[in-house]
Design a protein around this ligand. Sequence first.
Ligand code: ADE
Length: 229
Amino acid sequence: MEFHVLTLFPEFFDSPLSCGLIGRAIKAGHISVTVHPLRKYGLGRYRQVDDAPYGGGHGMVIRPEPIAAAFDDILSRHPGLWRIILTPQGRLLNQQIVRTLAERRPGLLLLAGRYEGFDERVRSLADEELSIGDYVLAGGEIATLVVIEAVARLVPGVVGNPESLREESFSNGLLEYPQYTRPREFRGQRVPDVLLSGDHEKIRRWRLEQAIKRTLERRPDLISNKTES
Ligand code: ADE
């Protein structure tokens, strides 16, 4: 799967894209990530991308022309990319949206915003606007990386054992069950006997019960959302 990022800070992405799961996925050719500097599409001699807001107010606003020029250029070379802008005003990202992006979109073009925001007309250039949570970051770069990592994990081949995707939190609408490894006892806390029993059916049922219990305790909204849909 192809990811393209449009940003004022291309260097921001160097380290996150070079290590761990994403670094390996790029090296193995399962995904590609191309970072495009927004400045390249800026206006005039100084490659201006922002300006003061009409009507007054503090901060600078990103102008629409550099973004339109960048989108046109990138899409002319990589047709069919799904255009996403990252802002706190977007639809709240969840695993269902991540799954749709991984399964239905041939590639993503992600725009990371900065400053006080975009000119309102930038919104008409995108297919979708996403937020990663109800808080405000200094810019969309980290949000862009969140989308890339969450989507890339679902691209076939990226996660070595596909079984682990099936079992993890949210994949079945529940939080993940508790996991244990050695030692059998740690500061007075013992590994539950059932996990040492070797009875796979019993273990499967215990894990499901624990996942339901944990979800009810911590995220009851996930269960009520499930029955409504
Ligand atoms: N840019 C700034 N805050 C953001 C957020 N919460 N989600 C996505 N993009 C952002």
